[in-house]
Design a protein around this ligand. Structure first.
Ligand SMILES: [Zn+2]
Length: 264
């Protein structure tokens, strides 16, 4: 079974291990983004909905350890994020709200279920007029050391990069480690019609992260942290709104469906 986060993580492993093995940077060095206090009224119907995309689902469990499935954790976090944002008046669209993939949401001639699933997630964003695209995943490594959040954004998406920095700032306070990576090969990031990030909220392969992710209260804190980042983005993005509607970057031959090309 295709396993998105395993591929992502395999490729990120070298970078993350490298990062983990360098002398420990101070928390201050990792949190350079200044996030102001943001009033609740920052949200407006006119902003368009935030698309929340819990990864995987249905036949695609994502990564797993000991029967703990990524798809279940990220759905729970996504639903919690949905509820926080709705409570604050932010319109929300979900790619899924139950244990299912979205490969059958729209008819498609593509034979690959995985390809249909990822393309449909982007199509949901496009047809909903999403203002932001937030895909939620859980990471995995062959080593147990890597831990913390990894936030990916498309390399040529400055608004997405800004949202990623805000998410890093907020998640760092929950996970203790958070890093941002620009990416050029993730399908949902390249094809999203709006600023987009893919958030790996933690490593299922790390005992500390795994134990934390099994705690509903921790998942609620993650959801609230992401909501704060989204709220901050609404009023702090240096990218003018008229430039935030980006033209999806064309697909290319051999383009990764979820991980980088070498992992497909
Ligand atoms: Zn995943």
């Amino acid at each position: 079974m295709a396993n998105c986060c395993w591929r992502i993580c395999t490729a990120l492993l070298t970078a993350v291990l490298t990062w983990a093995m360098v002398p420990t940077t101070s928390p201050a060095a990792q949190t350079q983004v200044t996030v102001p206090q943001v009033p609740l009224e920052a949200f407006s119907e006119e902003d368009g909905p935030v698309l929340i995309d819990p990864g995987h689902g249905g036949i695609d469990g994502g990564t797993s350890v000991g029967g703990i499935l990524e798809k279940d954790l990220v759905l729970d976090i996504g639903l919690r994020l949905r509820d926080v944002l709705l409570k604050e008046g932010c319109p929300v669209v979900m790619t899924r709200e139950r244990d299912e993939d979205v490969s059958h949401r729209y008819p498609s001639p593509l034979r690959s279920r995985h390809a249909r699933d990822l393309r449909n997630r982007v199509r949901i964003a496009r047809e909903s007029g999403a203002h932001l695209f937030v895909s939620i995943h859980v990471n995995h490594s062959s080593a147990s050391d890597p831990r913390g959040a990894v936030i990916l954004h498309e390399a040529n998406d400055p608004a997405g990069a800004w949202l990623a920095e805000l998410a890093k700032k907020q998640l760092f306070g929950i996970t203790g480690r958070a890093i941002v990576f620009p990416n050029r090969s993730l399908h949902v990031l390249r094809r999203a019609p709006c600023p987009a990030i893919l958030v790996e909220v933690g490593y299922l392969s790390n005992p500390t992260d795994r134990q934390a992710l099994l705690d509903p209260a921790y998942r609620q804190r993650l959801a609230e942290a992401l909501a704060r980042a989204i709220r901050a983005y609404r009023i702090t993005s240096p990218v003018p709104p008229e430039r935030q509607k980006k033209t999806p970057i064309p697909a290319f031959q051999g383009m990764a469906l979820c991980g980088g090309p070498k992992w497909t």
